[in-house]
Design a protein around this ligand. Structure first.
Ligand SMILES: [Mg+2]
Length: 264
């Protein structure tokens, strides 16, 4: 059995949004928020002494619009932007920008493999090769070489049929550590819940801080499973350890989900 979870009076809940609390939509702006979810989360936040945060890939404002008045703190853009408290201003983590030559080289290479394409991000970029599998090896070689020359600032992260050049310093693990260093999270045990490759860092950070990282597909099955579990927590006493969800195939992400820096 996995180790016991902390009770409400000692836990902090750090929750991903899409694919964790909400069903994934075909496009991000088509997402729907189930009736009652915001109220359940507000009640939970009260029971947790405020220690409830959302850590999402979306901008902070988008999270607050979808779930108004819910999270004490929000980390957006995978941990590049923060609202640390209810009335606080947005804070950005300063990140190195991927050099324009890298982007140009990736785009030149992608152009040789029809179907491969480069997605620009705020500070880095992602090369997608799902439709051009032959691009994987040469692209991995080229990006590894570029990133190796700046390994203190950038990291190459394999995703699902994709390679991401990502600045070091903004990931969900970093977000977990920053939030847990501040009130009302500090001194509590983090329970991070997420569903995707980018959540692996958050899961690892929560575990390293003595808490738990719960991977939705393995532990809850679906966002509905997560919501049902969260709803049941409201029935618990403050000092009762949180129950593990009933559906547990394994409490870790499966190995086919890549997400860590490689080859550097
Ligand atoms: Mg997600």
């Amino acid at each position: 059995m996995p180790k016991p979870l902390p009770p409400l009076n000692r836990a902090a809940l750090l929750l991903d949004l899409d694919g964790t609390l909400l069903e994934i939509a075909p496009k991000p702006d088509l997402v729907s928020v189930p009736a009652g979810l915001a109220q359940v989360l507000r009640n939970l936040r009260d029971r947790l002494g405020g220690a409830l945060a959302i850590i999402s890939g979306r901008p902070v404002a988008a999270v607050d619009t979808l779930l108004p008045g819910v999270a004490f703190a929000v980390a957006g853009e995978h941990g590049a932007a923060f609202r640390f408290g209810p009335m606080e201003e947005l804070e950005r983590i300063p990140l190195p920008q991927a050099p324009a030559e890298w982007l140009a080289e990736a785009e030149r290479l992608a152009a040789r493999y029809p179907g491969a394409f480069v997605e620009r991000k705020a500070a880095g970029f992602v090369v997608h090769y799902r439709l051009a599998p032959a691009a994987e090896a040469p692209m991995a070689e080229a990006l590894s070489r570029l990133v190796a020359a700046a390994a203190d600032r950038f990291c190459l992260v394999p995703g699902r049929k994709a390679l991401e050049v990502r600045p070091i310093g903004a990931d969900k693990g970093h977000a977990v550590r920053l939030l847990m260093a501040r009130a009302p999270f500090r001194g509590r045990q983090p329970i991070f819940i997420g569903d995707d490759v980018t959540d692996k860092d958050g899961i690892a950070a929560a575990e390293a801080l003595g808490g738990a990282g719960l991977f939705v597909p393995a532990v809850f099955g679906t966002p509905e499973g997560v919501r049902n579990w969260l709803g049941r927590l409201l029935d618990l006493g403050a000092t009762t350890p949180l129950p593990w969800p009933e559906r547990i195939k394994g409490d870790r992400p499966s190995d086919d989900l890549a997400g860590e820096c490689i080859g550097l």
